[in-house]
Design a protein around this ligand. Structure first.
Ligand code: PLP
Length: 372
């Protein structure tokens, strides 16, 4: 299996597929309708909300189902007026960065490990009174984990709402206390659910959200018939992954580190971004010593390996890594960034085959780019 782009999207988890089929065959009725079958669909939908609440440590009433993380991030900013001051980290996903536009945005810088230090937030909170602070839980490019618990606590102490985009955290690391954040973004397809399904957690059951208007669905907070089968699949995927979090993290991070060691033995100097800070068990963001990332990507792709050049949402643009830019890399380095992100099903053999493919591509590129 040569798929190493799980931070862009993941294959459907088998349990999610079964759950989706069951829900689609039995409970396809409109949960807002008034007859018995619709009532059943509505009950199952509410039970999925409860189960998700348990997994992420929030009251179910705080959860609004959406079409994914991009919608959730846009909905978050929609109510904020143009003069609202918001603090966001320098390494947020484009969906959050773009959604924050039109407000007074101040960026929280990251340290050399790609982490927002609590002291940095503290000094900003002493100097300003923002309407919202938003720092992602885990970064999609480098996998760096942010100290969101400390950041949320600091915001709470200052009476400032705190949001975290947990799209990359969920399914990979335990999320049982994520509910300490006032707002949380999640996306099903990053952890084995289907595309086009996600959620936004709001501070309380009374919080309003008028981003998508129309019918009374989601307790009047997000109009449109709920995609119950996709929601059921999302929650089932997260439940399945949550059962094995510790074991998977241990095995997979070992495999990833062995891959880095093997790459380092072959490629000098190999710069792995945020190597010394806590990060997701599946992610390696590295600056290759030579050759443009698109050359690596296309030649690896020909050999059946899928990797990326940074964030999928900005690929196509050369040198598109938000993280490597925030770390002050040169334009030349930016062109050599590649991102590898493994998954729950990745094996030692898959990693080994990828390392061998990198060596073959290197030889090919050094020969002048001609395939053998
Ligand atoms: N936020 C983060 C951190 C992501 O990694 C992604 C996916 O690329 C998104 C938001 C957007 O997610 P979606 O595809 O659900 O809109």
């Amino acid at each position: 299996n040569g798929y190493f782009d799980h931070n862009a999207t993941t294959p459907l988890h088998p349990a999610a597929r079964d759950a989706w089929l069951r829900a689609s065959e039995k409970h396809w009725h409109n949960p807002s309708s008034l007859y018995r079958d619709a009532g059943m669909a509505s009950q199952h939908l509410e039970s999925a909300r409860e189960r998700l609440g348990t997994l992420i440590g929030t009251d179910a009433e705080r959860i609004v189902f959406t079409s994914g993380a991009t919608e959730s991030n846009n909905a978050l900013f929609a109510p904020l007026p143009p003069d609202a001051l918001v603090l966001i980290s320098a390494i947020e996903h484009p969906s959050l960065r773009e959604a924050s536009r039109g407000r007074q945005v101040l960026e929280l810088p990251v340290n050399t490990d790609g982490v927002v230090e609590p002291d940095t937030l503290k000094s900003h909170l002493s100097a300003h009174r923002p309407a919202l602070v938003s720092v992602m839980a885990a970064n999609n490019e480098s996998g760096t984990l942010q100290p969101w618990r400390e950041l949320a606590a600091l915001c709470r102490a200052h009476g400032v709402p705190f949001h975290t985009d947990a799209a990359q955290w969920l399914g990979k690391i335990d999320a049982a206390d994520l509910g300490e954040c006032d707002f949380i973004t999640g996306s099903a397809h990053k952890f084995g659910g289907g595309k086009g399904c996600g959620f936004l957690v709001l501070p309380s059951e009374d919080s309003r959200l008028g981003f998508i208007r129309g019918g009374p669905q989601e307790h009047g907070r997000r109009a449109g018939t709920e995609n119950y089968p996709a929601i059921e699949a999302m929650v089932t995927a997260l439940e399945s992954l949550t059962l094995r979090l510790g074991e998977v993290a241990q095995t997979q991070s070992g495999l990833r580190d062995a891959f880095i060691a093997q790459m380092r033995a072959r490629f000098e100097p190999l710069r792995v971004i945020s190597e010394c800070s806590p990060r997701l068990w599946n992610t390696v963001l590295m600056v290759m010593p030579e050759h443009d990332n698109l050359k690596w990507l296309t030649r690896l792709s020909r050999r059946g390996f899928s990797i990326s050049t940074g964030s999928a949402c900005s690929s196509g643009k050369e040198g598109s890594s938000v993280v490597v830019t925030a770390l002050g890399a040169s334009a030349a380095e930016l062109k050599r960034v590649v991102r590898i992100s493994s998954g729950w099903e990745t094996t030692a053999e898959d990693w080994q085959a990828l390392a061998v493919a990198f060596e073959e591509v290197f030889e090919e590129l050094n020969r002048g780019g001609r395939p053998q």
